[in-house]
Design a protein around this ligand. Structure first.
Ligand code: C5P
Length: 142
């Protein structure tokens, strides 16, 4: 019997990529990718893939240590699953730096704290663009 959600055989859970919108007041941290070449030059919210067995929030805290050299505290989720590419979803949290100063240690060649009026001033990767729009609304609501 074919019912809703049963078509097309077994369902593979999406690969989850997590990212953080680090806020400092109304400033947002944007990170410019240096690798892979297909993404180089594009700006993103820092993050990365969740490893097997790892909690999503733990993966995000780990990525911030590895990529930026900072300890972060995560806040609220921003939206639900943002589409990345087929079979991959982006999940985003707000966050703030609790220890250290972010530096581009891995995967990025530049970091920028964007002031409120400049959030759209960088070339965000396609997946991140709508997230930034939602985040603006969230921050505006307070
Ligand atoms: O950082 P990592 O390479 O593990 O991220 C996996 C993929 O997720 C990247 O290749 C990129 O395409 C995508 N990504 C994104 N926006 C983010 C974080 C990751 O599009 N904020």
């Amino acid at each position: 019997m074919r019912g809703s959600g049963c078509e097309g055989g077994p369902v593979t859970p999406p690969v989850v990529v997590v990212a953080v919108a680090l806020l400092r007041g109304r400033q947002l941290l944007a990170a410019r990718r240096s690798a892979p070449s297909a993404l180089a030059g594009g700006w993103e919210l820092p993050g990365g893939k969740v490893e097997p067995g790892e909690r999503e929030e733990d993966a995000l805290v780990r990525e911030c240590v590895e990529e930026l050299g900072v300890e972060v505290r995560l806040g609220e989720r921003v939206g639900g699953d943002w589409p990345l590419s087929p079979g991959r979803a982006l999940r985003v949290w707000t966050g703030s730096v609790v220890e250290g100063e972010p530096a581009p240690l891995q995967d990025h060649d530049e970091l920028r704290w964007l002031s409120w009026g400049d959030w759209e001033s960088v070339g965000w990767l396609p997946a991140d663009m709508p997230v930034v729009g939602r985040l603006r609304a969230l921050v505006e609501e307070g």
